[in-house]
Design a protein around this ligand. Structure first.
Ligand code: PSU
Ligand code: MN
Length: 305
């Protein structure tokens, strides 16, 4: 028997009517930000999606149930709980079978969004190829997912805790278009530039929607990265953030932090080292991505296959 996700009634209705819906992930709530800012941000992100004319669907796993659209109470539970498992593709079956609570990463949120028929997803940053990956082999499952699952992901680029150049190479190998939203530069999450370029700059949500529609109508399965730089006013000083990242990476190496703990450890360290400034930037860019994702979902309209 096929496992079907539980879709929140408001989301189900929007999908049935062909109205725009934006998927949102839950690892950013459980592992990406501290409580209570995580919950507050998750709720504000939903509000931002609504203001821009789409219905938000925060995705997560509760007691093994696949949930498309969490209630504010469920978001609060995700934000508070300390034993929620970070669930990427390889963890999904175990967490569902054992009826555990799980927070979905970019990869898993894409999988569940696609199951529900949601085509646009907003997050902060995607996972990527870690620095030193030639030794550690640490490459986020997000990149393989982008290669095969039909969901567009609006993000603020890739953090320089990762190897940005290798991440872009990997995306090219997987056939994933990397579009810049009103920029030619690939952004580095906390900063608007990374020294790398996007494949194509776009100037409007309509233009992005046209590329998405064309890709999928060509039968080219897979996602698209829409790189939307952090608003200027919240961009961080490059030297400050790079120094914090270098220190965080040194500490992670000294403590032998590996595997799925790596990204959450680095995020928390960077926040501590920048006196919370990185958290403020993080919140601003996620809200900005939610708005752009909603505009793209509106421009895209329903996809009929
Ligand atoms: N990058 C961020 N914030 C995050 C993450 C990445 O700036 O919260 C989370 C996302 O859920 C992403 C996951 O999918 O970390 C990647 O983890 P890993 O590198 O273990 O695949
Ligand atoms: Mn990893």
């Amino acid at each position: 028997m096929k496992l079907i996700p539980e879709i929140h009634p408001e989301v189900a209705e929007a999908l049935a009517l062909g109205l725009p819906v934006v998927a949102l992930e839950s690892t950013i709530i459980s592992h990406g930000m501290p409580y209570p800012q995580n919950v507050q941000t998750a709720l504000e992100v939903e509000e931002q999606v609504r203001e821009a004319g789409a219905v938000p669907a925060t995705i997560g796993i509760m007691k093994g149930k696949l949930k498309i659209g969490l209630t504010p109470e469920e978001i609060e539970e995700f934000g508070k709980s300390e034993d929620t498992v970070k669930v990427s593709r390889r963890d999904l079956a175990t967490v569902v079978a054992r009826k555990m609570n799980g927070a979905t990463t970019v990869a898993t949120t894409m999988i569940l969004a696609e199951m529900a028929g949601i085509r646009v997803f907003a997050t902060g940053g995607i996972g990527g190829v870690h620095r030193g990956a030639s030794e550690s082999f640490d490459i986020s499952a997000d990149l393989q997912e982008l290669g095969k699952t039909n969901v567009a992901v609006v993000c603020a680029g890739v953090k320089s805790i990762l190897d940005i150049g290798l991440t872009l190479e990997y995306l090219e190998t997987m056939g994933v278009p990397v579009l810049g939203y009103k920029t030619e530069d690939f952004p580095a999450f906390y900063t608007r530039t990374s020294g790398y370029r996007v494949d194509a700059a776009t100037n409007s949500a309509e233009e992005v929607a046209e590329i998405l529609r064309t890709k999928w109508s060509l039968g080219l399965d897979g996602g698209v990265v829409i790189a939307n730089p952090i608003p200027e006013a919240f961009a961080m000083d490059e030297d400050l953030i790079n120094e914090a990242i270098d220190t965080a990476l040194e500490e992670a190496a000294a403590l032998h932090i590996r595997g799925k703990e790596s990204t959450p450890f680095l995020l928390a360290k960077v926040k501590a080292l920048t006196d919370g400034q990185s958290l403020e930037s993080n919140i601003a860019l996620v809200l900005n991505n939610a708005r752009v994702a909603a505009e793209i979902a509106v421009a895209l309209g329903p996809i009929n296959e």
